[in-house]
Design a protein around this ligand. Structure first.
Ligand SMILES: NC(=O)c1ccc[n+]([C@@H]2O[C@H](COP(=O)([O-])OP(=O)(O)OC[C@H]3O[C@@H](n4cnc5c(N)ncnc54)[C@H](O)[C@@H]3O)[C@@H](O)[C@H]2O)c1
Ligand SMILES: [Zn+2]
Length: 364
């Protein structure tokens, strides 16, 4: 079991990572001042409910907590205002008050949705993240919570830090292989942002990691959470540095939006977006010499069974329009100069981005 602290003054909270740590849920809640006097609402989705809801509910009830559950449908479609309203209805029906707590049991969708519900219910109540996907090592840390609007992703949201992140890595065993790969896209992103050492380590242990072998998987999650939490601690509300976490995402969000959140999941879209970011860095002459970042990034993504090429059916000009919309009119990119170092570049010439997207269709 590993523990780290997200250092945000009075909003600081621990992240606990390890096989079986869910057993410690009641004790960890009590350590955070959340006692059986406070009502608990577990928010989860229909896949995760079948697998882990009874267990979590049982653990809480054994320790005297009064808890109820709200089950949302699984998938990105749950990140909508209508589902937020349904959670509020469940919370009211269960008698949650300003001292009550929401537990988000699931992946990034549930974390974002339940966290946003907690940020607005009776002007804000506490919440706890119980991540069950690999991708959620990213989404459960940092306090960005949101739902989508038909015109774009995460357009209705807040900053609301959890009180605790309890990450039981044994829950990952039931995750479909495709979701495991998707999670690694964000782990690899964290390595590209800050750490050539972590990048090489991921490359070296790719096979064991894809098989979720312990202690490798726990270490990868711990390192990923640590990188994310250090960036968040330095710039909680994204006035500057935190924007680097969008590496691969300007392209990735456009890919997700144009595929109607269908053919590519978030991690897969980010994977192609990471390759796009390296290509753009090269095109703009930002990459440091000697540079093998393109080859190494493409190769590591493939080892984790992630897509690296933009399908021919995507129209680069339409993608640029979507990206401008996502970034409120301006094309802002986070670009890797080398593994471990990135630069934020604003107002990139659109014609260059179109050229890069054409090249992205040729990546092997
Ligand atoms: N807030 C942030 O900082 C942040 C960061 C990154 C991503 N996100 C958001 O996270 C979301 C993606 O998260 P995700 O990839 O975890 O998606 P997800 O929550 O939809 O989970 C993926 C699928 O796996 C299923 N699942 C979850 N846990 C399982 C388990 N243990 N066993 C079997 N099946 C399981 C879910 O039901 C779902 O079908 C996106 O909406 C993205 O915008 C947010
Ligand atoms: Zn992401």
């Amino acid at each position: 079991m590993k523990r780290l602290l997200v250092d945000l003054d009075e909003r600081s909270y621990p992240i606990i990572v390890g096989q079986g740590v869910l057993q410690q849920l009641p004790t960890e809640l009590m350590d955070r001042g959340i006692t059986p006097k406070q009502k608990v609402l577990i928010v989860t989705d229909d896949h995760v409910a079948e697998l882990y809801l009874r267990k979590v509910q049982g653990l809480l009830e054994q320790s005297g907590y009064v808890c109820s559950a709200h089950i949302a449908p699984s998938g990105e479609k749950a990140k909508a205002l209508s589902h937020l309203e349904e959670i509020v209805t469940s919370a009211l029906a269960a008698g949650l008050d300003r001292n009550s707590v929401i537990l988000a049991l699931g992946g990034g969708v549930i974390g974002d949705l339940a966290g946003f519900a907690a940020s607005t219910y009776m002007r804000g109540i506490s919440f706890v993240q119980l991540p069950t996907t690999l991708l959620a090592h990213d989404s459960s840390v940092g306090g960005k919570v949101a739902v989508n609007h038909p015109m774009g992703k995460n357009l209705i949201g807040a900053f609301h830090q959890p009180s605790l992140v309890l990450y039981d890595t044994s829950t990952l065993a039931s995750l479909p292989q495709r979701e495991v790969s998707a999670g690694f896209a964000e782990v690899i992103k964290h390595a590209i942002l800050t750490s050539p050492t972590f990048f090489s380590w991921l490359n070296e242990h790719a096979e064991a990691l894809m098989e979720l072998k312990s202690p490798y998987i726990d270490e990868a999650i711990y390192q990923g959470c640590q990188i994310k939490s250090q960036i968040v601690a330095a710039d909680e509300q994204e006035h500057g540095l935190r924007a680097v976490l969008n590496l691969g995402h300007t392209f990735g969000h456009a890919i997700e939006a144009l595929s109607q959140y269908g053919s590519f999941n978030h991690g897969e879209a980010v994977s192609i977006g990471l390759v796009a970011a390296v290509l753009l860095a090269k095109q703009l002459g930002l990459a440091t010499e000697p540079d093998n970042s393109l080859a190494s990034i493409v190769s590591i993504l493939k080892r984790f069974k992630l897509p690296v090429r933009l399908p021919g059916s995507f129209d680069p000009e339409e993608m640029v329009e979507t990206m401008k919309h996502d970034k409120k009119g301006k094309l802002v990119f986070v670009l890797p100069k080398t593994i471990g170092q990135v630069e934020i570049v604003k107002d990139v010439n659109e014609a260059i981005v179109v050229q890069v997207l054409e090249k992205l269709k040729e990546v092997e």
